[in-house]
Write a protein that binds this ligand. Structure first.
Ligand code: GDP
Ligand code: MG
Length: 176
């Protein structure tokens, strides 16, 4: 007997250029291009996966270059089941903005007091040498933010990308 799949809307947020689109394209289409095309040409990409024997359909929403929160229409985050915040380990500024992104997002969806909203942090571009944010910095931030899980990723070299998206699906499933 096949079970009906459960659909989750996952939104991907973070400063421009951190690799959000690249991570999404790596995950859904398993490819990477160095070109700086900043959008996927649609609101979201979908992927069917299996989480502990349960069919899950992930609908992953990407910003179309309008990364400031005010620029995202309400339809972007409305009904989100989970969120992925991305920063670039070679640009400390994008890490420093994490708290603001998290706060703005939770307020927008009316979950500012929810300490358990499904979320993960992706510390992207770990393939590069000029790193400005250490694992320890990230661990400290995560610790101060309810032990949110983080992954050091590379969309370019396909490091931890599948693992991270599997984790967000798992966290969303745990809330059903
Ligand atoms: P977005 O604005 O957050 O969607 O970022 P993009 O996905 O458009 O990526 C911005 C730039 O960073 C592009 O030139 C990508 O090729 C590059 N990029 C993205 N992820 C990685 C990565 O893991 N490693 C490296 N070296 N470059 C990356
Ligand atoms: Mg993009």
């Amino acid at each position: 007997m096949s079970r009906k799949s459960v659909l989750f809307k996952v939104v991907v947020l973070g400063e421009s250029g951190v690799g959000k689109t690249s991570l999404l394209v790596r995950y859904v289409e398993n490819k990477f291009t160095i070109s700086t095309k900043s959008t996927i040409g649609s609101d979201f990409l979908s992927k069917e996966i299996d989480v502990e024997g349960r069919p899950v359909s992930l609908q992953i929403w990407d910003t179309a270059g309008q990364e400031r929160f005010q620029g995202l229409g309400t339809s972007f985050y409305r009904g989100a089941d989970a969120v992925i915040f991305v920063f670039d380990v070679t640009r400390k500024k994008t890490f420093d903005e994490l708290s603001a992104w998290k706060k703005a997002f939770l307020i927008q969806i009316g979950q500012e007091n929810n300490k358990e909203f499904p979320m993960i942090i992706l510390a992207n571009k770990v393939d590069l040498d000029d790193r400005q944010v250490s694992k320890r910095d990230i661990a400290e931030w995560a610790n101060q933010n309810g032990d949110v899980h983080f992954y050091e990723t590379s969309a370019k070299e396909n490091v931890n990308v599948g693992k991270a998206f599997d984790e967000i699906a798992k966290l969303a499933l745990a809330k059903v």
